[in-house]
Design a protein around this ligand. Structure first.
Ligand code: ADP
Ligand code: ASP
Ligand code: MG
Length: 440
């Protein structure tokens, strides 16, 4: 058995769905379980519709048109989609009356995208003579906590999934399972989502729990690239990365994988392949536990925008040990998570997401230290073999120096596969381009 996950861009319209159906049929003998995202930009459109509803307007024309047009072009009747769209309209009307949208309602609302796409694909494959059956995530036991918009799957999912998919794996069930990515239900039966891009995690969870031979995530790029190809035209596909490298890449801003998607497959050692549905022949990227050949010195470059730098300088009130303890406790108290950090005995520089409300934290920190917060920064991360970090940084910084770009804070992750530094946000894209040119 294998798991094949197709992202939004791979199933964006009727033509793409036809193409994906063909790919799925090619792999029929491998017993694929298919995980789908919402079609195209449906998730974004649903979120826009939600914001409009809060302001009093109910409008799902874009989403409705895309799904009706697609079904028509594929020449399939999917009454379930009409039913879901009606339910969606009722929900939006409710929101427009209340003029209020909780995280919980938001998750319920975006779940319609994935629920519609699996119904579409199952109907189309069946019409082609390849019997397929759609599943909402909870139909195969995807249970999560109630942390809406970023829910964590519960451990019991490992036992649940095989209960529902073993018949398929053993050949008793003939219909190919077409399963919603991204969504789950909590213990109370309320719909949750795993965070944007969460279908990757759904796929790795299902593949790992089922002991799949391979988990394939099909995208619109030739695998994991040396950097975001939208930013650097000659970014190259990376043939092999480790789970750890893939995880760092995702955490430090590469949209290509969900940050938590490596957790399940890392536990079981299930290989993941990132492939291009627009270019089937390309090998893509294989994600494995350990590099099979020599460890590449540099793997990829990523960036995270909208970062605020906080510099904290101890006043004499606290000793060195108490200083750090106190600082971290304040972050805990205000529930603000730190991304990158660099310290000396009496000072510490760290970064947080600009969206976080820092007022309370800064006031508390200000009582025992000199504190300065500066917004509009970006974190640039080089995923590399840290045993070569001096040489790599020398090259990168030399190139940046020549371009007059100033690096503001440097931090090497404990995982030994990343080095991060800070630059002004206005220079972030250029920094990635300059460092990419210098290192590749
Ligand atoms: P999907 O919808 O299939 O989940 P995503 O849009 O979430 O796909 O992720 C693929 C996109 O990630 C690519 O189109 C590319 O623009 C972007 N991306 C950013 N960094 C990288 C990278 N290092 N390698 C590959 N793609 C990247
Ligand atoms: N449709 C969801 C999103 O756009 C989940 C995913 O595509 O992985 O974030
Ligand atoms: Mg994605």
């Amino acid at each position: 058995m294998i798991v094949m996950k197709f992202g939004g861009s791979s199933v964006a319209n009727a033509e793409r769905i036809r193409h994906v159906a063909e790919i799925i049929q090619t792999y029929k003998d491998e017993l694929p379980a298919v995980v789908l995202s919402a079609m195209g930009d449906t998730t974004d459109h649903l979120l826009e519709a939600a914001d409009m509803a809060v302001n009093g307007t109910v409008d799902i024309e874009k989403v409705e048109k895309l799904h009706f047009d697609t079904a028509k072009e594929l020449e399939i009747e999917v009454p379930a989609i009409k039913e879901l769209l009606d339910e969606l309209k009722t929900l939006l009307t409710g929101i427009s009356m209340l003029k209020e949208l909780s995280k919980r309602s938001r998750d319920y609302l975006v779940s319609f995208g994935e629920r519609m796409s699996v119904r579409m694909m199952a109907a189309y494959l069946t019409k082609l003579g390849t019997p397929a059956k759609f599943y909402d995530a909870w139909d195969i036991g995807m249970v999560s906590d109630s942390n809406y918009m970023a829910a964590e799957l519960l451990d019991e999912v490992w036992d649940n999934i095989p209960k529902y998919l073993n018949d398929y794996k053993n050949g008793k069930q003939k219909e190919i399972p077409i399963i919603t990515g991204f969504i789950a239900k909590d213990k109370h039966g309320t719909i949750t989502t795993l965070g944007r891009g969460g279908s990757d995690l759904s796929a790795t969870m299902i593949g790992s729990a089922m002991g799949a031979k391979e988990i394939q995530t099909w995208k619109d790029v030739d695998g994991i690239m040396t950097t975001d190809p939208r930013l650097v035209k000659d970014a190259k596909p990376v043939p092999e990365v480790t789970y750890e490298e893939a995880q760092e890449l995702a955490i430090f801003g590469a949209q290509v994988l969900h940050p938590r998607s490596m957790i399940p497959c890392r536990k079981t050692g299930t290989p993941v392949r990132v492939k291009n549905s627009y270019n089937i022949k390309s090998e893509g990227t294989l994600i494995v536990e350990k590099h099979t050949g020599t460890v590449p010195a540099v793997t990829a470059i990523t960036k995270v925008k909208n970062v605020t730098l906080i510099d904290i300088q101890s006043s004499r009130m606290l000793g060195a040990a108490g200083f750090l303890a106190h600082i971290f406790n304040q972050f805990l108290k205000w529930n603000i998570s730190i991304d990158v950090i660099a310290t000396s005995e009496v000072s510490v520089s760290l970064t947080v997401n600009t969206k976080a409300d820092l007022s309370g934290l800064l006031e508390d920190l200000g009582r025992v230290a000199e504190v300065k917060a500066t917004g509009d920064k970006a974190i640039i991360t080089v995923i590399c073999d840290a045993s070569h970090s001096s040489a790599i940084l020398a090259k990168a910084f030399d190139a940046l120096n020549k371009e007059g770009i100033n690096v503001q804070m440097i931090s090497q992750g404990a995982s030994k596969v990343n080095v991060s530094f800070l630059v002004d946000m206005a220079e972030a894209d250029k920094t990635v381009q300059v460092v990419h040119a210098a290192l590749f």
